[in-house]
Design a protein around this ligand. Structure first.
Ligand SMILES: Cc1cc2nc3c(=O)[nH]c(=O)nc-3n(C[C@H](O)[C@H](O)[C@H](O)COP(=O)(O)O)c2cc1C
Length: 342
């Protein structure tokens, strides 16, 4: 529904601000594992090193702002605040879907965040369903270049689209297009879900075709099948579908086992620095956080920055308590089932 796109995005943002849009019964799984705690960690909190890099840019921590907005008027303000905070803290930022921008070029300004975030990775965004609707390598390149992004994430979201009034229901024959796209575009591409999880077989299938990263975007945080029902009906009519998805920890572990060399982003319900640490120890290279930053972005740059800094500070505490002086050391730590420590 091209002409409604800015309005729809606004309704999504409003629904996410009004809540409740998160899973009720399904959880990420991170609450079921612990990092082994060490009373004598042999680390100095002051020198815990959480730096890494992504898309050839340095990151102060393995953290990205998840894909959220663009298009509607409010989005320009939200994106500018998110980007400014990302630059201050030194973390990356994923933009919301740029479909509206390609269909309504006047919306480009709402995505133009590079001036606010000159040094951090910025990732554009389009839906895979668009690849069946006339979008190809040229449009993907245009979406990246128009906002001076470092890469573009394609979101695969059949459940969200199925629950959306007028959403795309046709996901046939996308695999050949997705296999060919990285080489045809000639820019780094990511594949993500939107909170119902990427299955490991898909990650394993596409990993050899040049994807820069896969964001598992699993279940346990924001449920887009829930958001769409709120937007469409003002209520959740199919509770079971709103609870469907691959929990983030399972999606991450299975993707890591299936694609040992892929760059993996864990997202979907990452709600604390301890969650970040558990995700890294479970095989993630980076994590992304969306919903917890939305409401702060309606207030100020400082509000977004405070949330991001808390994630980073708590990650450092978690690493110290687990005796990991840097991310490589954290990756060598095996999380333990929580039941075993109860
Ligand atoms: C307000 C809002 C808008 C979103 N818009 C997009 C989008 O345009 N494209 C996309 O790929 N994901 C979008 N997402 C999904 C997030 O990137 C993320 O995958 C999902 O919300 C799970 O992470 P969370 O539990 O931290 O929110 C959006 C999320 C929120 C909260």
């Amino acid at each position: 529904m091209p002409d409604d796109a800015p309005t729809r995005k606004r309704r999504h943002v409003d629904a996410c601000l009004a809540g409740p849009v998160t899973y009720r019964t399904r959880t990420t799984g991170f609450e079921r594992i612990d990092l082994p705690y060490r009373a004598l960690p042999e680390t100095d909190l002051a020198t815990i090193d959480v730096r890494t890099s992504f898309l050839r840019r340095p990151l102060a921590a393995p953290l990205l702002i998840g894909a959220m907005t663009g298009g509607a008027d409010l989005s320009a303000t939200l994106n500018a605040r998110l980007a400014t905070a990302a630059q201050r803290v030194g973390v990356g930022m994923m933009l919301g879907s740029q479909r509206v921008m390609l269909e309504h070029p006047e919306a480009t300004a709402t995505f133009a965040v590079r001036e606010h975030a000159p040094d951090v990775p910025i990732v554009g965004n389009l839906g895979v369903a668009q690849l069946r609707r006339g979008f190809g390598p040229e449009e993907v390149r245009r979406a990246i270049d128009a906002v001076d992004a470092d890469a573009l994430a394609l979101h695969a979201n059949p459940l969200q689209e199925a629950m959306q009034d007028g959403g795309d229901g046709d996901f046939r024959e996308l695999l050949p297009a997705l296999r060919a796209l990285p080489a045809a575009v000639g820019r780094p591409l990511l594949l993500k879900e939107v909170g119902h999880g990427l299955a490991a077989d898909l990650v394993a299938h596409l990993a050899p075709h040049g994807y820069a990263a896969f964001d598992v975007a699993g279940a346990g945080g924001t449920s887009w099948a829930r958001v769409e029902q709120w937007v469409r009906f003002g209520e959740v009519r199919s509770e079971d579908l709103a609870e469907w998805g691959i929990p983030t920890l399972r999606a991450l572990r299975e993707a890591r086992a299936a694609a040992p060399a892929a760059t993996l982003i864990a997202s979907g319900g990452i709600r604390s620095g301890l969650d970040v640490a558990k995700a890294i120890a479970s095989g993630a290279d980076l994590v992304a956080v969306a919903l917890p930053l939305l409401e702060p972005a309606t207030r100020s740059v400082d509000a977004v920055e405070a949330v991001l800094r808390r994630y980073v500070a708590d990650l450092r505490v978690a690493m110290h308590g687990a005796g990991a002086s840097d991310l490589a050391a954290l990756r060598r730590i095996a999380p333990i089932p929580r039941d075993a420590t109860a």
